[in-house]
Design a protein around this ligand. Structure first.
Ligand code: AHG
Ligand code: MN
Ligand code: MN
Length: 336
């Protein structure tokens, strides 16, 4: 008989709960609520060309970047959903200068805090290109009954309890890890459910794609410039020249590279002397997924997940992908 068996995200979370003897379901509820928020945002993004939600909202966020209406919508939906989970006592998001404490009676005892980039690559939204959401979950640190402390949001990436992203692409997918491998779920719009579609994702240990905003070549450090030339050189033994692929949305670029084998690079430059991507809610969660899939993430010299964040919106140079490719760029940076 034909098997019509599907594993939904909620089934999967419940099955996996037994891997965590101390977990009493709180954590599962947070993931479930993130999934619900993702469905709401996905729905809105699919209708973006029809509803009055395209374009800039007229506000500048705390990074000095113009906020898109969908940035604000996604921010509100994820914050609201995490609050209503009752298991999360505070969040930090790209769109808010400071942490947001949940002081409501049903949430103040929540065991976890969440760091989130509600909409990643949002400048792509007006042109129908894939965007994403990135999230990272940590323990709260401060005693229950008290508001969360800023320190909880500045834990190094090695302390992450879980991390994931949602990609709103030709289909919507959620990919996450709790430190026991990486699994991907595709949203079936007819069922309204995320269904396990990419179990035990593994990144190839080498690759043939490089993803970087090459228009900024002139502004990059010497080692990076030389690495780009290396990618473009002919050498059949290492499958070079590599393919260049760059969407301009970390989630989408990383997702492709995870499946196909490729490195994503966002170095420091004249425009962004510290790098552009944010350590806490962009680099760390993606680094956790990369490592769990057998890859590597670095700032050029250090393991991303071991860096102690100094501030919530700290930026950092970022290199993520297959181990061999990341080690190669590190070599170029060392020998500049
Ligand atoms: P966000 O939309 O959350 O501000 O992030 C945009 C980021 C990231 O997704 C992407 O990799 C990078 O900006 C692209 O930057 P450039 O346009 O400078 O290439
Ligand atoms: Mn982003
Ligand atoms: Mn964003």
């Amino acid at each position: 008989m034909k098997s019509y068996n599907i594993t939904t995200l909620d089934d999967f979370i419940i099955k996996r709960q037994k891997d965590y003897p101390t977990a009493k379901g709180e954590f599962s509820r947070i993931l479930h609520h993130i999934g619900t928020a993702a469905k709401m945002v996905s729905n809105k993004i699919n209708r973006a060309g029809l509803a009055d939600i395209l374009g800039a909202a007229g506000e500048i966020n705390i990074q000095g970047e113009s906020q898109q209406k969908l940035d604000i919508y996604a921010d509100e939906v994820f914050i609201g959903s995490l609050l209503s989970s009752g298991e999360c006592c505070g969040v930090a998001t790209e769109e808010n200068q400071n942490i947001i404490s949940f002081t409501h009676e049903f949430a103040i005892d929540g065991k976890y805090i969440v760091c989130i980039d509600p909409l990643d690559g949002s400048s792509n939204i007006d042109v129908n290109v894939s965007v994403g959401t990135i999230f990272s979950i940590y323990h709260r640190i401060s005693p229950k009954g008290k508001e969360p402390v800023s320190k909880a949001f500045l834990q190094s990436g090695t302390e992450q309890v879980a991390a994931g992203y949602i990609i709103y692409g030709s289909s919507t997918m959620m990919v996450y890890t709790t430190g026991k491998g990486v699994n991907g779920f595709t949203l079936d719009p007819s069922l309204g459910e995320f269904c396990l579609s990419h179990p035990e994702l593994v990144m190839p240990d080498d690759g043939t794609i490089y993803s970087i905003n090459e228009g900024n070549y002139i502004k990059f450090p010497e080692g990076v410039k030389r690495y780009i030339k290396y990618c473009q050189e002919r050498d059949v033994s290492t499958n070079r020249p590599y393919n260049s692929r760059y969407i301009g949305s970390l989630v989408s670029d990383f997702h492709r590279n995870l499946l196909k084998g490729g490195i994503f690079l966002y170095p420091e430059s004249e425009t962004y002397p510290e790098g552009k991507l944010r350590l806490v809610y962009e680099c760390n969660p993606i680094a956790f997924i990369a490592e769990q899939a057998g890859g590597k993430a670095s700032d050029g010299t250090r393991r991303i997940m071991e860096i102690e964040p100094e501030s919530l919106h700290q930026r950092i140079p970022y290199y993520v992908g297959p181990v061999k490719m990341v080690e190669k760029i590190e070599e170029f940076i060392r020998n500049k």
